[in-house]
Design a protein around this ligand. Structure first.
Ligand SMILES: [Zn+2]
Length: 434
């Protein structure tokens, strides 16, 4: 009996393997050059089999969701894990951790996340100038070191072609974006070009702090938006092919950047203000305008920017407390929000809140202008999206909400890929013109 059992195993093993190979080959489309062709990676469903079966038993729609999720290119606009790589000696990207942290390679595989901008995060405490430049370089150094030896599984990408080449065989593509424009010390174009050469492909014009060229949403304004140096920086970002990221900036900075940028822009991790009244979120006018110019709002999952219990009235109380007790120090915003949430007994944010933001932005700007920007490892996550392994639940909920397969592919990553491709195309034409 045992011999028969072993024989059976030996006989079925190569068959399973062949099936995987066949599947990954089948998933590679013949043409991948046009942004209109829905892009597929070579991934297989890495969710544990028992979990897949349990979910399908719960709702047969899960069968479609799982197949779609692991076949689609899933791309995240904002993950803060490089900060952990610098600050936590126990964190190793190659190893599976218990949540939190939210992201590591084994869980990225399980969650079917194919490509992600890892945030080279420079906190407001680093003064603009040499210190903030060095901090950014330090994070890039540590990130590259953590990826050493993992070339068979994960690689750094600096272009759409890279993303496609890396992910088509099921590998993970990591892109670099700087969060905190003050790292481009005084909008110095030489510093900008050096960061481009280091692989940086987006820059968040400000973090919570207003810097020497851009007003932030959580600091007192200084320039009324972007000053001339800031506008020049945007022009040079267009020319190089670095995406302009408008998460965190003041509304005035958003509109100034929109007026000057020739390339479509992104909000790498922002949600909708009409649903959750918070300066970190975007108004419907902003969402519409960004979309009309080809841009993408990558929805932030952060508990307190998606929780729809933070109504206008609740947030007015938050703002009043910031005014009265914290001298209008918006850096204290998240602490005050948690305080008010506790006192009022408001429920935590959840997956349905995130879906509501995606649906709203798709409704306002069109389904071509919404994506994912989790803020994993940079924020508290809502219930149901505790870490990167939960991403397939977004696909399921989007199908459940009535989006077609093609639309879900766009939201999961197609739109983010397109905006990067467009920035590359415009950079090439700007470089070609005198
Ligand atoms: Zn942020």
């Amino acid at each position: 009996m045992l011999r028969l059992f072993i024989l059976l195993i030996v006989w079925t093993l190569p068959a399973c393997h062949a099936q995987v190979l066949w599947r990954s080959k089948r998933n590679i489309p013949l043409t991948q050059d046009s942004p209109d062709v829905p892009f597929r990676d070579g991934g297989k469903a890495a969710m544990p089999r028992s979990q897949q079966l349990a979910l399908i038993r719960e709702d047969p729609l899960w069968r479609k969701a799982i197949a779609l999720h692991y076949d689609a290119l899933v791309m995240d606009g904002h993950i803060d894990v490089p900060t952990l790589m610098v600050s936590d000696p126990n964190y190793q990207f190659r190893r599976r951790h218990k949540t939190p942290p939210h992201v590591d390679l084994p869980r990225m595989v399980e969650g079917g996340l194919d490509a992600a901008f890892f945030s080279i995060y420079v906190g407001a405490e680093y003064p603009e100038g040499r210190e903030s430049i060095n901090r950014a370089k330090e994070e890039i150094f540590y990130l590259r070191r953590q990826l050493e030896g993992l070339e068979d599984s994960v690689r750094i990408a600096t272009s759409v072609a890279d993303i496609r080449n890396i992910t088509r065989t099921g590998k993970k593509a990591i892109l670099l974006g700087i969060e905190g424009g003050h790292a481009i010390a005084n909008a110095d174009l030489e510093v900008l070009r050096n960061f481009y050469n280091e692989g940086i492909r987006y820059i968040t014009l400000s973090h919570v702090n207003t810097n020497s060229f851009a007003d932030a949403s959580q600091s007192p304004p200084k320039w009324g938006g972007l000053n001339e140096a800031g506008r020049n920086l945007v022009r040079e970002m267009n020319r190089l092919g670095i995406l302009v990221d408008l998460s965190h900036v003041a509304d005035s900075t958003f509109w100034d950047a929109l007026a000057v940028s020739k390339s479509p822009m992104i909000a790498s991790h922002s949600s909708a203000r009409v649903l959750t009244e918070n300066v970190r979120n975007m108004t419907d006018d902003m969402i519409r305008a960004l979309g009309q110019r080809g841009g993408v709002v990558m929805v932030n999952f952060m508990e307190s920017v998606v929780n729809r219990q933070f109504t206008k009235a609740v947030m007015e109380e938050v703002y009043e407390r910031l005014r009265n007790d914290y001298n209008n120090n918006y850096y204290m915003m998240w602490q005050v929000i948690s305080m008010v949430q506790r006192e009022k007994g408001l429920r935590p944010g959840n997956l349905d809140d995130v879906i509501a933001h995606i649906v709203h932005i798709a409704h306002i700007a069109g389904v071509d202008h919404v994506g994912l920007g989790s803020d994993f490892d940079g924020a508290t996550m809502p219930d149901g999206l505790e870490d990167v392994t939960k991403l397939p639940y977004i696909t399921y909920k989007l199908l459940k909400a009535g989006f077609s397969e093609a639309e879900v592919r766009k939201i999961l990553g197609g739109n983010s890929l397109r905006v990067l491709a467009e920035a590359e195309r415009i950079a090439a034409s700007l470089k070609a013109s005198p």
